[in-house]
Design a protein around this ligand. Sequence first.
Ligand code: PEP
Ligand code: MG
Length: 755
Amino acid sequence: MAQRATWAGSRLLLRRLRDIMAGAGSAQERLDKIAQNIARDMVAEVCSIYVRRAGDLIELFATEGLHPEAVHKIRFRFGEGIVGVIAASARPISLADAQKHPDFAYRPETGEEIYKSMLGVPILRGGRVLGVLAIQNRTSREYADEEVETLETVGMVVAEMLATGEVVDNREQQPADGIALRPLRLGGIRISPGLAVGQAVLHQPAIAITDPIAEDEDVELERVETALSAMHTALDTLIERYDDDSASDHLDILKTFRMVAEDRGWIRRIREAIGTGLTAEAAVARVQNDTRARMALVRDPYIRERLADFEDLTNRLLQHLDGGQRPSAVELPDDAIIVARQLGPAELLDYDRSKLRGVVLEEGSVVSHVAIVARALDIPVVGRIQGAMTRIEPMDRLVVDGENSVCFVRPGEEFQRAFVESMALHEARQAAYARDRDLPSVSMDGTRVDLHINAGLLIDVPHLEATGASGIGLYRTEVPFMVRTAHPDVDAQQKLYANVLDQAGGRPVVFRTLDIGGDKIPSYVPESQEENPPMGWRAIRIGLDRPYMLRQQLRALVAAAGGRPLSIMFPMVAEVAEFDAARSILDLELKRLEETGKVLPTEIRVGTMLEVPSLVFQLPALLSRVDFLSVGSNDLQQFLFASDRGNPKLDGRYDALSPGMLGLLNTVVEACNAKHVPISLCGEMAGSTLDAMALIGLGFRQLSMNARSIGPVRAMVRSMNAPDVAALVGSHLNSPRHSLRTLLSAYAKDHGIQV
Ligand code: PEP
Ligand code: MG
């Protein structure tokens, strides 16, 4: 990272602003002076202060540079215009040419058409947006990181003035929904499934920084050192608490987190911020703001998660600076639902599990560390709930529906009662699935369908026993790599794979070699900028270009499976030649093992994922080489339709149950059956009951899915008649429809199939 220079002027500016705020004159006069001073010191032609008003509006309150008549006239809704977007996202935006930005909303009253560049930051206090501070310049210029940081720090100072209520009544600074206290339905993404009803507990309402300007730099540096060492000790204690936990993934995650807490760059930046004249708290908060801004620019979910760890650490450090009260020491209600912008894995584990019912996050992703821990502990989590921290009040009643990815805020009595009933029903159904775990997965006509689980961490493996699944149809080996800070060597990998095989207790496990790249980048791999990561340098492409890594993994796998059967498959194979190349590396490793006199696996089955459509056109050559095929319908669908699976704008645009996708799958199944090559499907389709019904109709006899789907899919299989569904699906493969979903769903309903 580039060496950061400290901005010499910032300390002076901060002191001057503090004097203005405490000085004489009306609030409006002081705000005007603040805007003038900021513009002058930051060498900007414009500085504008926007303040939050009732109804989630953001109003121009003071400006240096824009037309004065625009003051109190210009208002944006949250999310409207660049200023509204900054307010809604609580993130800075820096633009060399603001007018080209898609969110630019031109208001002629301001006269801003002559200004090209713009830097805007949210005015934040205690995690709430109180306003927006923006500077503009005539020339098209890039604002330096340090200017962004300075403006954010200035924003923290202005927040103190807004928080006094002298500019607008404090109640106006609450979100519109908060004032009306209306029931709300907030949609997001499913991070961990399950249902919960309870009382909102706002996660560590961020500590308000009452005095950002330091009197004595040395004192502040000393305070940070003390707080850091107290935080490190507290983390060590937390790790000790989990050290005897049999599910070692928790511990891995915590240890990774503990290493992040020592990050020298982070600590250095806090010290540098103190050097610009800030108190310890303000310095920590400023570095956090900067981290957030960087996080907003990163698309890769794994890198974002690493940055998210810093949010957890920042909150911890602020708590220690404030006297060290941790959330676990906070008295939780018996049915707590934690609401947070972002939560780190350690923060989740800090809460008393016996009282924790669910979690609602403003951010978060399915692949985050906290998601892995929450799923392991069976805590429902809904993420990406916009404005959760501002729209939900402490002690609000909340309903978290992790199944449908929604959170209901202050639901009516009746709704809550209905939800509690549906929860009871859901639990009863889950209990029934658990009871039926030993029933054969055989359809009414006697067709047997093998159900396997997908796994990626040791904590997933016990689900085999709990669900009665026949084996692990997809073990995503990249997942354990993602939760580590360094690449595991051959020994570490061998131990891990042997552990998986031991715990699977003789049930078959299909190990997929590393599928990194795309959106799966381990934290220790430098980020590479690719135009189109899912179609980029990933999976087997990396394996073949960097054979050392693939060889190490294959060596670990064959050694781990000594004396027992081993199944391996390669991800993202696009042509037969790639399969041959990967297979020859495996053969080399087997030969090597044999030469060293070590025990070989008793049987080796080698297959490939079918995720790239090109492979379908090489089926004859492929099928004469592989021992099995597994369709990765997630990737296959995205490549078939040229439709990014991670783009929310395309969600649901193309359907897996479209005649096109089903026709392609039909071709593959027929070819495999003709050559007696076992075929399975391990994408999301396998875990959806209706999709699984269609797949069985196409001839699939093996499916691999999330452990939670095994019960529902088994019940569906037991209530269907395979030849009838086959006839129905077969007769519609040439249909011009967008999808067969409605037709299949009506059929299932009419025939009592449990979908
Ligand atoms: C798939 O693409 O369907 C698949 C199972 O692989 P992943 O989701 O891990 O890319
Ligand atoms: Mg895939």
